[in-house]
Write a new protein. Structure first.
Length: 278
């Protein structure tokens, strides 16, 4: 783990992950109104999520514990449904095959809803977020957005909408007669961020929540270059042959918004900007 990873752990310790007993009682009341048939779950009484736990501030490991905004959302959602929430580490590139191969009940892992993914799974929107460029402070004024990236080395995680967007941007550069970005692919988002910190790439491209998180931790050594792009909803994914679970999760997400839990969790992680607009 590099210094960036150590900083992530330190910040997580400050934010914590507990919920109030009063909210837990409200959750228990809501659970009575939402039923999940046991046949809709791989293990009765347990809601098992596939998640790539390398993606702060959404889901990551601190001192051997699973922490992050989406970890809290997952446990709160499970409680609303009268279930126990469990997270299973799954590499993002293989996460939809894992779900459809019945390795888990649902995906909760910062997954942007796209038309292509929606062919394979059913999505329940729960937040919305864009994508951003992160650069070292030494590149301030030199890299100011996508117009500055032709010919640059850009780190990005495999299997993501971030990679798809960069590839589409490279096609635009080619049509404009500009040099293309050299895309350096990493197995995890954290690896891509660490590559920037250690000067192995010129820029790191990811969803705005992790970019903002890393920038905040850097105390000025990392910066965001340009405005966020492609804001889109993220979704909890379930198998298409499991409409009962999809319906229950939709009701659960609605309950978390209605009783203020979703806002409280996102506020704790400085993510209120990702709340769905009603």
């Amino acid at each position: 783990m590099g210094l960036l990873g150590v900083a992530v752990l330190a910040m997580a310790a400050l934010w914590g992950s507990s919920t109030s007993s009063a909210r837990s009682r409200a959750t228990a009341t809501a659970a009575a109104a939402i039923k999940v048939p046991s046949g809709a779950l791989l293990t009765p009484g347990t809601l098992l999520f596939c998640s790539d736990l390398t993606y702060p501030p959404e889901e990551f490991i601190q001192n051997g514990q699973q922490v992050g905004a989406e970890v809290q959302i997952g446990h709160a959602l499970a409680a609303v449904l009268g279930l126990k929430g469990v997270f299973d580490q799954t590499g993002f590139i293989a996460i939809i095959p894992a779900l459809n191969g019945k390795k888990c009940d649902a995906i909760l892992s910062g997954m942007t809803i796209t038309a292509e993914r929606a062919k394979a799974v059913t999505f329940i929107p729960y937040v919305t977020a864009g994508q951003s460029i992160m650069i070292p402070a030494s590149s301030k004024g030199k890299i100011t957005g996508f117009a500055s990236l032709p010919g640059k080395l850009v780190g990005v995680e495999v299997g993501t909408t971030n990679l798809a967007y960069l590839r589409a941007q490279n096609q635009i550069f080619a049509k404009q007669g500009k040099a293309q970005m050299k895309l350096i692919l990493f197995p995890t988002d954290g690896d891509a961020a660490e590559a920037l910190r250690t000067n192995k790439v010129d820029a790191y491209y990811s969803d705005t929540p992790p970019v903002d998180y890393y920038v905040k931790l850097s105390h000025g050594s990392l910066l965001v270059a340009g405005p966020q792009v492609e804001p889109a909803p993220w979704g909890i994914a379930v198998r298409k042959d499991n409409p009962q679970l999809a319906s229950a999760i939709q009701k659960g997400v609605n309950a978390l918004y209605a009783d203020g839990q979703m806002k409280a969790i996102l506020s704790k992680w400085d993510l209120t900007s990702t709340l769905l607009k009603k």
